[in-house]
Design a protein around this ligand. Sequence first.
Ligand code: 1GP
Length: 255
Amino acid sequence: MRKELVYNSLTIGKQQGQKKIAALIDPDKVTQKKVERMVRHAVNADVDYFFVGGSLVMDDSLSRWIKLIKSSCNIPVIIFPGSPLQINGEADAIFFLSLISGRNPELLIGHHVVSAPILHQMDIEVMSTAYMLIDGGAPTTVSYISNSSPIPANKSSIAVATALAGQMLGMKIIYLDSGSGAKIPVSEKMIRAVSTQIEVPLIVGGGIRTPELAQNSCMAGADLIVVGNALETDPALVEEMAASVHSMSKPIISL
Ligand code: 1GP
């Protein structure tokens, strides 16, 4: 396993009040041309990370896209796996996700047992992540595939209790996700409630399709915003999105 370079960039960023953005590539939904465009715009926009993965991946293109990104830029690539089939040693890091909003034992520990020995032999950074699905107003692939129901959007107290439990279990990142293509992104109220109670970095994604939404989520306390669908439709949007997220960072004062 690799040293914690990506995780350190997240925690140092959080300590310094920096706000970050990740572009999510769902391997099934893109073409080579699309990925090349996404990378070009992401580099111009100074995007912080690429996430690659999906709840259901129908072909073996994941490795191809990771290679393509790695050979075209220095933006770290993190696997956002929907299953152990998406483990790939060419990425910089992988989220070791426990779906703690659900009660499906396979996604709480089963897949981890299967994946751990393989990851242990790979040169990849493994980041233990408390993954929480929040109701986004429409059934999502992730909720169907994971066979788990999301936390109701208006139950911030459940989200806080769940995030605290994840942190107490030693998970190093909290990830609030209303699912790809969510009608309603995670509310600012919920982001604020969770972010004020935890110490570890907070990632928020699902249905964030405008720079304003991204900015509001940062203002509410998200450290890292994830955008997928909106960039698949319009890769150039990432420049505006990233500018609005990065503008929320505190200025770094050097002594
Ligand atoms: C990743 O589910 C999100 O956390 C991505 O959602 O595709 O709606 O941006 P979108």
